[in-house]
Design a binder for this molecule. Structure first.
Ligand SMILES: NC(=O)c1ccc[n+]([C@@H]2O[C@H](COP(=O)([O-])OP(=O)(O)OC[C@H]3O[C@@H](n4cnc5c(N)ncnc54)[C@H](OP(=O)(O)O)[C@@H]3O)[C@@H](O)[C@H]2O)c1
Length: 277
């Protein structure tokens, strides 16, 4: 079993604080790298129907004990009507070769479809045991407040872009005040933040990689991180976050780096329908 620290979700399950991101991994990539991740201690895997790699993930995880894994998938914003969500979920489960997901997220809000309708479908799937936990992704504070008001199951997580160059403190505070785990999508800002001179200097001082500094900084804030990598050394390093730590001064210096620079997300408050990454 894994020694990665976990967060306890509002519904009681435990979520390993580091997960393996799989956006943009082809089916061949998944076969190449997911076994490396799982054999090196990752137990939490993040995918989505939109990533088009669920079938390969299913083939790989078939070789592992399902109950040892925490598996997340996401429903596309175009599948948020009641019937289409349940159909999309059934297809994800079939591709993944599993009877349940540990967490199912609305990948992206869709203002054209009633969130009530979507939540009723998620509640039905939850009652049927097809999904153990319900969450959202790319939701603003306002969208979360509204969804929570009408949800009959806890919304346990909000997966949002989060890294040292892009922090939305009020959204983080809102989630943490309401027991909603923040999961950092693109926690390495797709490598851009690894060039930051402060991150590099702190990494040198601890004899670790810049990526480890960015990940440890997020973990210190109780944020779950989902780094994606195809490089076995990176895959191992991204999990090696717990035998060393950042001190208060390091944390304060990294906190100063926020430049509201996002790598994948539109401004949620614009209520513009975006293309999920
Ligand atoms: N909910 C959403 O809308 C949403 C949006 C974006 C992402 N996500 C989730 O978050 C996951 C992570 O985001 P992401 O894939 O966009 O980007 P990311 O994890 O921020 O960055 C991935 C990049 O970082 C590099 N990298 C990883 N570890 C490294 C290390 N130790 N040192 C140097 N470079 C390293 C990888 O290259 P190598 O292969 O060479 O290591 C890859 O190019 C996704 O895979 C997905 O699961 C969700």
């Amino acid at each position: 079993m894994s020694s990665i620290p976990s967060r306890t979700l509002a519904a009681g399950d435990t979520l390993p604080i580091v997960g393996f991101g799989t956006w943009d991994l082809s089916e061949a990539d998944v076969h190449d790298v997911l076994p490396t991740a799982l054999d090196n201690g990752y137990t939490h895997v993040d995918t989505a129907e939109g990533y088009q790699n669920e079938e390969a993930i299913g083939e790989v995880i078939a070789e592992y004990e399902r109950d040892d894994l925490f598996l997340t998938s996401k429903v596309l914003p175009s599948h948020l009507h009641y019937e289409s969500l349940l159909d999309a979920l059934a297809r994800s489960l079939e591709r993944l070769g599993t009877e349940y997901l540990d967490l199912y997220l609305i990948h992206w809000p869709n203002p054209a479809i009633s969130i009530r309708n979507t939540l009723r479908a998620l509640e039905r799937a939850h009652e049927q045991g097809l999904i153990r936990n319900v969450g959202v992704s790319n939701f603003s504070r306002y969208q979360l407040q509204f969804a929570r008001r009408i949800a009959n199951v806890p919304i346990v997580a909000n997966q949002i872009e989060f890294h040292p160059w892009y922090v939305r403190q009020d959204l983080l505070d809102y989630c943490q005040e309401h027991d909603i785990v923040v999961e950092a999508a693109a926690p390495l800002a797709r490598t851009t933040v690894l060039e930051d001179p402060v991150i590099r200097e702190i990494a040198d001082s601890h004899d670790v990689m810049p990526a480890q500094v960015a990940l440890r900084w997020a973990v210190e804030k109780d944020v779950v991180v989902l780094p994606k990598s195809t490089n076995p050394d990176h895959i191992r390093a991204n999990l090696d976050l717990f035998d060393w730590s950042l001190d208060t001064e390091d944390m304060e210096r990294i906190d100063q780096l926020d430049r509201q620079e996002n790598v994948y997300m539109i401004d949620l408050d614009d209520e513009v329908y975006g293309v999920p990454a």
